[in-house]
Design a protein around this ligand. Structure first.
Ligand SMILES: Cc1ncc(COP(=O)(O)O)c(C=O)c1O
Length: 369
């Protein structure tokens, strides 16, 4: 957080615009429009944005919705909010994102069976864009809309296009752990302004025009607060710096481990510019000397928090009854993947400490063998 964020938030206090209406909301949405070139609506969370996005795409009870399996649960949960049916798709080993070839095969098969999904939720994992051209081509061929879950990818690009501008509807998250934050919050964006306006209407309880509290549609309390939008305005001004900081952290780890066997950096697709939201590596236990879980425990002993890569949705107890198309790649990435401390505020000396401990884990096990 910086002085600008504070100034915009203070403005909300001093002018008493502390609710879900006010100048910061408009200004934050306008600033996002200037940044990515399409209309935006500020919402209470990225999850709320996915929920309204699915409603905009007409996904309802009994409809199937395809979704990347390797992601955080918030990508998929809104499918269930609407009574729709998630179908999880495996990752491509080269990007860790939804496998476009697998998607194409699945859509062709579904088309023959006359049961195409209502939408496809494509996640840009850890800030790296999925390979959108083949995904958009095949979805376009069958008229299936794409919802881009760019929660982790604000600031990323795909072949020069901004993450979040390629799907029919896209979402960003400003959760506390994201590239930029409003403490909690999200945005829905779309080139279709009517959709964005509709989401804003639903997010403010679908109150019809006029002074009476009249409602012709189901509503939600999903709007962002004007105070938090002030924080978001300030944060958006430093987005590029934050992305550079995240990338610098990730590439410092990559370089520091280049000579270590059995630890491999998440592949960086040549088509895009990743935010490297989290610095992720794969551990090959035989070559590295210990398993991913042993490494996590070793780091934990040194007071360093690290985490496994997301547990795929098709392996979640809650989604155990859902269909998975493939899943072995995501399961392997989960079994061997680790996310190291990646904050844009991670100091050089703290990162050196993490690097030393990771190298220590490899050396210790090598000398014990
Ligand atoms: C891929 C992904 N989708 C959706 C979300 C949900 O965003 P929020 O926490 O703002 O609801 C998150 C993060 O929390 C995420 O990482």
């Amino acid at each position: 957080m910086g002085a600008t964020e504070q100034a915009y938030a203070n403005e909300a206090f001093s002018t008493n615009w502390v609710s879900t209406v006010g100048p910061n909301l408009n200004a934050f949405e306008d600033a996002m429009f200037r940044r990515i070139g399409i209309p935006a609506v500020c919402l209470a969370s990225g999850t709320a944005a996915i929920h309204l996005g699915l409603r905009l795409l007409g996904a309802g009870a009994g409809d199937e919705v395809f979704c990347s399996t390797l992601t955080f649960a918030a990508s998929a949960n809104p499918i269930r909010y609407e009574g729709a049916i998630p179908v999880f798709l495996d990752s491509d080993r080269g990007t860790w994102n939804m496998d476009p070839g697998l998607l194409a095969k699945a859509l062709r098969k579904r088309s023959k069976q006359n049961r195409l999904p209502k939408a496809v939720i494509v996640v840009h994992l850890y800030g790296q864009c999925a390979d959108m051209d083949p995904i958009l081509d095949i979805c376009g061929e069958f008229g299936v809309p794409v919802l881009e879950d760019a929660a982790e990818a604000l600031g990323a690009t795909y072949k020069g296009r901004a993450a979040g501008t390629m799907g029919a509807v896209s979402v960003f998250s400003f959760n506390g752990n994201k590239i930029i934050t409003t403490s909690g919050g999200g945005m829905l964006v779309s080139a279709n302004r009517e959709m964005v306006d509709k989401a804003r209407f639903w997010a403010t309880q679908s109150r019809d025009a006029g002074i009476a509290y009249e409602h012709s549609e189901l509503g939600f309390n999903y709007r962002m607060s004007n105070v938090l939008a002030g924080i978001g305005r300030g944060q958006l001004e430093v987005l590029d710096l934050r992305v550079e900081q995240r990338r610098a952290v990730a590439f410092r780890y990559r370089d520091a481990f280049a000579d270590l066997p059995g630890i491999t950096f998440m592949p960086q697709a040549a088509y895009g510019y990743s935010t490297n939201w989290l610095s992720c590596f794969l551990i090959d236990p035989a070559a590295f000397g210990c398993t991913r879980d042993e490494l996590i425990e070793h780091l934990n002993q040194a007071d360093i928090e690290s985490r496994p890569v997301w547990k795929p949705m098709h392996l979640q107890p809650y989604y155990s009854d859902c269909e998975a198309i493939g899943g072995e790649v995501a399961a392997d990435l989960f079994a061997r993947g680790i996310c190291l401390p990646s904050s844009s505020s991670l100091s050089r000396s703290d990162q050196e400490y993490v690097i030393d401990r990771v190298r220590g884990a490899a050396m210790e096990t090598a000398s014990a063998a």
